[in-house]
Design a protein around this ligand. Structure first.
Ligand code: NCD
Ligand code: ZN
Length: 349
């Protein structure tokens, strides 16, 4: 049995309020515990985006009643709410900006980017959904403004190359990748169809090899847990996104077993760096116990996420979350949730 600190996932979409047919605060945080995560940070692209103090406070209120692990939030912007930035800074862990097409209505007009950067004066990072040329645009603004940014879900070698170069120039930049870029490629996307559809799209085997080879330049592994219903995924216009809270750790532990990653590096990517980058308080009596030798098959039917599917369904993994403790209290054991909705805390900066 091995013991990890309660892991931190800095990129999840719990869909509550507004799209609770996909996930809600209770099912999403249950899924987090089953996956070994005790603190998660929730994105602002809700059906009604979190771009006002009112929607943010309302969301935190709803969360408080339902969550079973700790949850923090991000603020969103289309460039219209700059005056609110100062008022939300102590309530969120960063500002999320979308520059490329994905799920939700939060894609900004590029000409607003400069003003948004100038208006975000707090020390928490600006998080970017940026691909291709957008990354270059952001890097230029970072070199002008010195603002701290975190590039989300980087999986393609050309994107990562730009970031490596900017980091070499000592810009205040961090980046994350996701398990789907580490373990899936466009070949899987063909087989998975809509269930392998997400933004940014899966890359080639060469992209994946480049990512593994350059993992030392990646700061964080984030699940980008983005649940959608099976029905939506099977529709004529399937939405982008795949769930990941329950599969991230077993996939990474399997990679450890295969000598692709060390345990220390895993803890750095899923705990130490997220804690440092997003300034997250943690508790020494919060931990996860894992049977590193237990092998099992990822099974859609056994997932806690409300969407009830995973692109990794059927995969054999090695390393199982057995018990999770938060502030000394046993909250999860052998596939069973042991606490009631509301046990988790809404955490703030
Ligand atoms: C995410 C979602 O569904 O909210 N989708 C995705 O494909 N990753 C949004 C996002 O993180 O881009
Ligand atoms: Zn996302």
């Amino acid at each position: 049995m091995i013991k990890f600190p309660g892991l931190i996932d800095v990129h999840v979409h719990l869909r509550d309020p507004g799209q609770t047919e996909k996930e809600d605060f209770f099912t999403g945080t249950s899924s987090a515990l089953a996956g070994g995560f005790t603190t998660i940070l929730d994105m602002p692209n809700n059906k009604i985006p979190i771009t006002s103090i009112k929607t943010l406070i309302e969301k935190q209120k709803i969360a408080k009643e339902k969550i079973v692990c700790d949850v923090g939030f991000y603020f969103g912007s289309l460039g219209e709410n700059l005056k609110d930035f100062n008022k939300v800074q102590d309530k969120v862990f960063g500002l999320k900006i979308y520059l490329n097409k994905t799920t939700g209505n939060l894609i900004i007009d590029n000409k607003n980017l400069n003003n948004i950067f100038k208006a975000w004066t707090t020390n928490s990072p600006i998080l970017l959904h940026a691909e291709g040329k957008s990354i270059n645009q952001v890097i230029n603004i970072v070199s002008e403004t010195g603002k701290r940014v975190h590039f989300c879900h980087i999986g393609i070698s050309s994107d990562l190359k730009q970031i490596i170069k900017a980091k070499e120039n000592r810009l205040p930049i961090t980046c994350g990748t996701t398990p789907h870029y580490l373990f899936l490629t466009e070949k899987d996307a063909k087989i998975l169809g809509p269930f392998g559809l997400m933004k940014p799209s899966l890359g080639s085997k060469a992209d994946q090899n480049f990512l593994w080879k350059n993992l030392k330049h990646v700061d964080v592994i984030e699940s980008d847990h983005a649940p959608h219903t099976v029905e939506e995924k099977k529709s004529d216009h399937p939405p982008f996104g795949v769930p990941g809270l329950e599969t991230t750790l077993p996939l990474l532990l399997t990679a450890v077993f295969e000598n692709k990653l060390s345990i220390n590096r895993l803890i750095e990517l899923c705990f130490k760096n997220p804690k440092k980058i997003f300034n997250i308080k943690t508790d020494k009596n919060t931990w996860v116990e894992i049977d590193e030798k237990e092998e099992y098959i990822i099974d859609n039917k056994k997932l806690f996420t409300k969407c009830g599917w995973s692109p990794f369904n059927g995969w054999k993994v090695k390393g199982k979350v057995k018990r999770v403790f938060i502030r000394e209290k046993k909250v999860f054991e052998n596939g069973k949730l042991l606490v009631k909705p509301g046990f988790g805390k809404v955490v703030t900066n």
